[in-house]
Design a protein around this ligand. Structure first.
Ligand code: AQP
Length: 354
C-alpha cells in the first residue's frame, strides 16, 4: 500500500467581512499547517456567485481575503495563494463531478437548505452544485487534507463520496495508466486516482457561535454586526461587542461539564481557549467560579492582543492593491500548472481525445 503525497488545500469566500469564526475555524489553522506541509490557499470567488450574483465590490473583497491570509502569516512564496477564477480547471473538474455526484447526495446538503431558505425554487443552480465545485477545488490538486470549520464537514464527506465513486467507476481505466495508487478505505483496498480527503476540524473553537445567540453560527451574513467580531474591527468595536455579548447570570463553572446547556458561556470560553492556544479545561481552571464581569474584560484584552496586529497589517496591505494582485497572479500561475497536470490525467482516464 502506498499513500498520496500530503497536500493541504482550503478556501475562503470573498463574501463580506471576515470574522473571528473564519479566523479560528480556518485561517489560523492555515498558518499553523504551512510549517510542515505543502499548502494551497484559495480565495474562492466562483463560490461567491452562488448566493448573490452581482457584487459591487468583488475585487476589493478578493483583495481583502488575500490581505487577511498574508496578515495572518501565510507565506505566498513557499506556498500558493490565489483566487479560484484564475484557474479554470476547477470549473472543468466540477462539471465532471456534477456527472459523478448523485442528486440524492446533493439533496442531503444542509447548507443548501439553510442558505436557500423557504423559497428553494428561486435558489441558483450554482448554490445547489456548490459542494461539487468545492470537491473539484480540492481534488484538482489531489489534496489530502482540508482545514475547515465544522460547518463544512458534510461537504467534505461529499467530496470523499465523489472521489470514491470516480475511483470505482473508472477503476479499469485508471489501472492501465499507472496514475492510480492502492489505498485502503476502511478495510477495503481501492485503486485510487483521487485521495480520500481528511477534514482538519479539531481545536477548541471548530464552530464559533454568534455573540447574540450561542445556538447560531457566527456568520458574515447575520444581519446584526454585534453578532460577530470582524477582523477589521478596531479595539473599541471588539470591546463593545464582547461587553454586549449575551451571557447567562451564573458564574463560570470549574469543569467543562458545567458548560453543558450554557451555549453562550461555552462559546466565550471556546473563543478564549482558541485565542490563548489553550484547552477549555485550562481556561476554566483559571476562571472557574468567576463572573462574566471578570471574564469578559480578560477576553477583550486577549482578543485585542491577537487581532490588532492582523488588523493593522491588513490595512497596510490594502493600501497597495498592486502588490496583492501580483501575489494572486503568481499563485494563479503556479496553481494552474498543477491543476492542468491533473486535468490532462483525468481527460486521459475518461478517454477524451486531446
Ligand atoms: N462560525 C464559524 N466557526 C468556525 N469556522 C467557521 N467558518 C465559517 N464560519 C465559521 C469557516 O471559515 C471558512 C471560510 O468560510 P467561507 O467564507 O468560505 O464560508 P462560510 O462557511 O459560508 O462563512 P460564513 O461566515 O458563515 O458566511 P455566510 O454568512 O456567507 O454563510 C470555512 O472553513 C468555514 O468552515
Amino acid at each position: 500500500m502506498t499513500e498520496f503525497k500530503p497536500l493541504v488545500f482550503s478556501g475562503v469566500q470573498p463574501t463580506g467581512n471576515l470574522h473571528l469564526g473564519n479566523y479560528l475555524g480556518a485561517i489560523r489553522k492555515f498558518v499553523a499547517l504551512q510549517e510542515n506541509n505543502d499548502c494551497i490557499y484559495c480565495v474562492v470567488d466562483l463560490h461567491a456567485l452562488t448566493a448573490q450574483l452581482v457584487h459591487e465590490d468583488m475585487a476589493t473583497q478578493i483583495r481583502s481575503i488575500t490581505a487577511a491570509f498574508l496578515a495572518a502569516g501565510i507565506d505566498p512564496k513557499k506556498h500558493i495563494v490565489f483566487n479560484q477564477s484564475q484557474v479554470p480547471q476547477h470549473s472543468e473538474l466540477a462539471w465532471i463531478f456534477n456527472c459523478v455526484a448523485r442528486i440524492g447526495w446533493m439533496n442531503r446538503m444542509t447548507q443548501f437548505k439553510d442558505k436557500a431558505g423557504k423559497d428553494r425554487e428561486q435558489a441558483s443552480l450554482g448554490l445547489y452544485a456548490y459542494p461539487s465545485l468545492m470537491a473539484a477545488d480540492i481534488l484538482v490538486y489531489r489534496a489530502t487534507h482540508v482545514p475547515v470549520g465544522e460547518d463544512q464537514k458534510q461537504h467534505l464527506e461529499l467530496a470523499r463520496d465523489i472521489a470514491m465513486k470516480f475511483n470505482m467507476d473508472f477503476a479499469e481505466k485508471i489501472r492501465p495508466t499507472g496514475l492510480g495508487i492502492d489505498i485502503k478505505v476502511g478495510d477495503e483496498p481501492v485503486h485510487a486516482y483521487f485521495p480520500m480527503v481528511e477534514p482538519l476540524i479539531d481545536g477548541p473553537a471548530p464552530r464559533v457561535m454568534s455573540l447574540k445567540d450561542g445556538t447560531k453560527k457566527m456568520s458574515k451574513s447575520d444581519p446584526s454586526d454585534l453578532s460577530r467580531i470582524n477582523l477589521m474591527d478596531d479595539q473599541d468595536a471588539i470591546s463593545k461587542k464582547i461587553r454586549k455579548a449575551k451571557t447567562d447570570p451564573d458564574a463560570l463553572p470549574s469543569e467543562t461539564d458545567g458548560l453543558k446547556g450554557r451555549p453562550e458561556a461555552d462559546n466565550l470560553v471556546g473563543i478564549f481557549a482558541a485565542l490563548a492556544d489553550k484547552s477549555k479545561a485550562e481556561v476554566l481552571s483559571e476562571f472557574g467560579g468567576q463572573q462574566f464581569s471578570v471574564f469578559k474584560p480578560a477576553l477583550i484584552d486577549l482578543a485585542v492582543e491577537v487581532l490588532a496586529p492582523i488588523n493593522a497589517e491588513m490595512r497596510r496591505l490594502m493600501e497597495d492593491p498592486g502588490h496583492i494582485d501580483a501575489v494572486l497572479r503568481d499563485g494563479g500561475e503556479r496553481a494552474r500548472a498543477r491543476a492542468e497536470k491533473t486535468m490532462n490525467e483525468v481527460r486521459d482516464i475518461i478517454g477524451f481525445v486531446r
